[in-house]
Design a protein around this ligand. Structure first.
Ligand SMILES: [Zn+2]
Length: 153
């Protein structure tokens, strides 16, 4: 490789790194901390795309009628009618309330997955898969720590 080609490759690498870091920055900047009482684990999931350990959520056995909201901003995300037992160890839903989330493609861990974020405050909630049991065909796999359940009465 001659010197000018090498220089060109270097420029391409540097500019793509710049674009990637800029993109991450924009994404991070679009997340708003609204609830000042979030735990360290909740913040790790919501702001750093973390995942809670499987089968640890108290919401796994929550079968009452009601609604599920974002633990950071209170945005309505799911109705209890969409909840089902997926056996995966995370609260699972066949559909979200329209407009509740924004999605993004996540390439971490060598997989291509669709990650979703609260459309209101921007924090990470989970991933959506195309193997759901109902006619929507969707399975929203949500971290329980990101949700607040409000029973209807
Ligand atoms: Zn939110």
């Amino acid at each position: 490789m001659d010197l000018s080609k090498r220089k060109l490759v270097k420029i391409i690498i540097l500019s793509s790194l710049f674009i990637v870091s800029k993109f991450n920055f924009l994404l991070a900047a679009s997340k708003k901390m609204i609830n000042p009482n979030l735990s360290k684990k909740q913040k790790d999931i919501m702001f750093n795309e973390g995942t809670e350990r499987a089968f640890t959520s108290s919401l796994l056995n929550e079968n009452r009628k009601g609604t599920y909201h974002c633990a950071n901003c209170g945005n309505l995300l799911f109705n209890s009618t969409a909840k089902f037992n997926s056996g995966t160890g995370w609260p699972s839903f066949t559909e979200a309330v329209p407009g509740a989330f924004k999605t993004k493609i996540d390439y971490s861990f060598g997989m291509k997955r669709i990650e979703y974020h609260c459309a209101n405050c921007g924090v990470h909630h989970g991933h959506v898969f195309a193997d759901g049991p109902s006619k929507t065909g969707k399975r929203f796999c949500n971290n329980g720590l990101c949700l607040i359940f409000k029973p209807s009465n």
